[in-house]
Design a protein around this ligand. Sequence first.
Ligand SMILES: C[S@@+](CC[C@H](N)C(=O)[O-])C[C@H]1O[C@@H](n2cnc3c(N)ncnc32)[C@H](O)[C@@H]1O
Length: 344
Amino acid sequence: MDITTQQATHPYSEADIGKTRLEPTYRVDLRPDGKDVFYDEPSIDWSALSWKQIGRPYRVERWSKEKLAWEKEHDQTLPVKTSWEMFNRAFQQMFDEDALAKRKEALAHLGKSLGTFHLHEAQEAFDEIVQATYWNQAHRIEDAIWDPRGKRALFSGLDVKKPEILFLGAADGYEAMQLLAMYPGGHAVLVDYDDYCRTHRFGQFPEAYPFLGVNPASGAPKVWYRDEMNIDFEVADIRDLTYGRQFDIVLSIGLLEHFPDEYKPWALEQHRRFVKPGGYVIMTTPRIQLRSKIFYTIFADVMNFAYRELMDVTHLGLYAYENGFEILRHGRIKAHNGVIARAR
Ligand SMILES: C[S@@+](CC[C@H](N)C(=O)[O-])C[C@H]1O[C@@H](n2cnc3c(N)ncnc32)[C@H](O)[C@@H]1O
């Protein structure tokens, strides 16, 4: 790689550790610690916790227009895999767009539509302004979706060296890259049955995005990039995987909440069956909080194609505990709950 290419694809170095910066479509955050990271919840006696005490998760039931139109046209429920294909394309479009430029464009469009009394178009422009404003705040300003500081805090302290990582329902693979930066020299297998994730969501993930991790030689903080990591993408249905219990870490981010209760034991078993004895299972699910409810309402057309729940960390922990996991750590990051668990 010549120096100019290197600067374009690897623009940050160890000299930037401690800094944060806004790019047009994401935040660079190389601050190693600070306040808004991971909140460990107080220790819980999971064996004494009951569903009666904590209630059930909240179901998101405001569906995307595209899903409803498909179901009307085909006179059947949207198949689950198709729902993920729609979700991945719609969601990725949000990551790709320059929210502030889009808002500026929508504002101009709103003015024009109002001036000519095109009220339907004005409504569409208004909805775009709300979406762009909220996305800019949630993803760029607060960085609540990738949440590198929260994820680093959640993933810290694992007893692994050069880990083999399996990411179930990997989408853009973000969290596997964060883990590989923190535990360098490892290898990750990203599994998703939507090929668009291989080609676009992960395939076109910004090469220049810096992940804060460690230098294995010195133990000092180091900036890592995706092209320095050993990652394979497997386009496959989780049900068809033939691996054994060979992974140090099995990971899913926003997967369990898509299974109604009768399928959760099966979904949790998909994590257990690939993890080495003593290895870690890491799961996160979206939090039940007012801002998440607002997010899934404003972004219903982008996000809500498939069954989805919002949970408290006690819900996530109790599902894992009841299905044979020991909870090593549980807490919350910006938009999600997180648990680090081990098969009992
Ligand atoms: C809600 S997304 C995960 C959220 C993700 N962090 C993101 O940024 O979109 C779940 C992912 O799991 C994939 N998925 C769902 N069921 C699957 C299955 N049975 N086999 C493989 N992939 C699956 C979907 O294609 C989707 O990309």
